[in-house]
Design a protein around this ligand. Structure first.
Ligand code: SF4
Length: 426
């Protein structure tokens, strides 16, 4: 049994940012895919703004806008749009994503996807609405939809499948490292192309790269009999060492990466010197919080609080064990967090996209948690980028003129907060 981690569940919102946002990295990762979202103008507005879509670009995602007529029909009509997408973009697979309104309308998405699916271009339903998913979790839904298309590997095919989307440079780094250690690789889920999905079977070792993929990992065990590795996630020198040593052990390879870890820490000393003794508060939203907190703690920072939308005792067991003594909170109450920030005066707050700027307006040094999701922070190759995301915010703040009580900055910013977050930082 995994150790019983101590954490508090509060009454804050679970879904801090819409699940549709994962389209932003997944459409780039699966290069022959198309993402169609059945939604409203709100969803279109969100995607257009968060992904910075240029009008001349031809992104491989779109919103099928719900019309008034859809409210009275049995199913929204999307056949013409699917035909147009196939004609214009030639995708190998189309993901049909749900959103809040059609889910409230009880649109039967499975049936809708099947009605427009063909053997040549499957249309796969992906539950992703802001009602049920925090944004990184919808990658989990996309990967679950892909499982039936992964070839069945025979029991004696013992290779690793890396689980989670990373960019090509980071994927190359993982392939290189695996080959250096003599670990056979079956591939990545997701792969760069729909027809390159890795074979998965009872001999497969699943190595999770992202902490928000608990459901797909579980499904790979149930459906294919694969073994899901329990380790740290490969973030930071400490995480990478544990990840690769544990993975090697699955292949009966005894590997000692202590020198490699020490060299990696030495390379980022300039950053860790800055982080040492700093009080860090993770208030955030991405589900990356547990490994991020474990890494900055190992780098010498004091973690005042690590809040995250959701903790899975089994999937996060190794990270939780290393966060013993840290205040861990699931579904944190934001009002309480504001009071804690005012009382404890952290040197750095990792916060979500909605609250980071108002916190900065109140003199708190804050960083968007979202940036960690969109940055190449995995593996040995990602260590410098990872630590720089923490220290850049501190350095930038040190260079700024104090905002003081400048009313221009403060007017209308987080109206409920001025009494409880004193402007003490210079
Ligand atoms: S799916 Fe829901 S939360 Fe997401 S943009 Fe659409 S309406 Fe908003």
């Amino acid at each position: 049994m995994p150790p019983k981690a101590q954490f508090t569940r509060e009454d804050g919102i679970y879904h801090s940012f819409c699940g549709l946002v994962s389209v932003g990295w997944l459409y780039q990762k699966i290069k022959d895919s198309f993402f169609l979202i059945l939604g409203t103008h709100t969803c279109a507005h969100l995607l257009q703004n968060t992904m910075g879509v240029m009008i001349f670009a031809r992104p491989r995602f779109a919103i099928s806008l719900l019309e008034e007529a859809d409210l009275s029909s049995a199913q929204p009509a999307i056949a013409d749009q699917i035909a147009e997408i196939t004609r214009e973009h030639h995708p190998s697979v189309i993901f049909l994503l749900s959103s809040c309104t059609p889910e409230v309308m009880k649109v039967e998405f499975e049936g809708l996807a099947q009605s427009v699916s063909t053997p040549e271009v499957p249309v796969l339903f992906v539950p992703a609405s802001g009602l049920d998913f925090t944004f990184s979790q919808s990658e989990d839904s996309v990967l679950q939809a892909l499982i039936p298309f992964c070839p069945e590997a025979p029991p004696d095919d013992k290779r690793v499948v890396f689980l989670g989307s990373v960019n090509d440079a980071i994927a190359d780094d993982f392939l290189f490292e695996a080959s250096r250690l003599g670990i056979p690789v079956a591939g990545f889920l997701p792969a760069n192309h729909f027809h390159e999905l890795p074979p998965i079977g009872p001999g497969t070792i699943i190595a999770p790269l992202q902490p928000f993929l608990a459901k797909v990992a579980n499904q790979l065990t149930n459906d294919r009999g694969a073994t899901v590795m329990s380790s740290l996630f490969p973030f930071g020198p400490d995480g990478c060492r544990a990840f690769w040593e544990d993975l090697a052990a699955h292949f009966d390879l005894k590997v000692d990466l202590s020198e490699r870890e020490a060299a990696s820490w030495a390379r980022i000393k300039e950053h860790t010197d800055l982080l040492k003794g700093k009080k860090v508060f993770l208030s955030a939203d991405t589900l990356l919080e547990l490994p991020l907190a474990r890494f900055i703690r190992a780098a010498g920072a004091e973690v005042l609080e690590c809040s995250t939308p959701y903790i899975n005792r089994r999937f996060h067991a190794r990270e939780l064990a290393l966060l013993d003594g840290v205040r861990l909170v699931e579904q944190a109450n934001f009002e309480r967090q504001l009071r804690s920030i005012a009382e404890e005066q952290p040197d750095l707050v990792i916060s979500n996209i909605i609250t980071a700027n108002p916190l900065i307006g109140h003199g708190v040094v804050a960083k968007w948690g979202t940036e960690f999701i969109f940055s190449p922070i995995h593996g040995w190759a990602g260590v410098n980028t990872l630590v720089s995301l923490f220290t850049r915010a501190l350095r930038r703040h040190a260079r700024l003129d104090p905002l003081g009580n400048d009313p221009v900055w403060m007017a209308g910013v987080m109206p409920g907060a001025p009494e409880i977050i004193p402007l003490t930082r210079g």
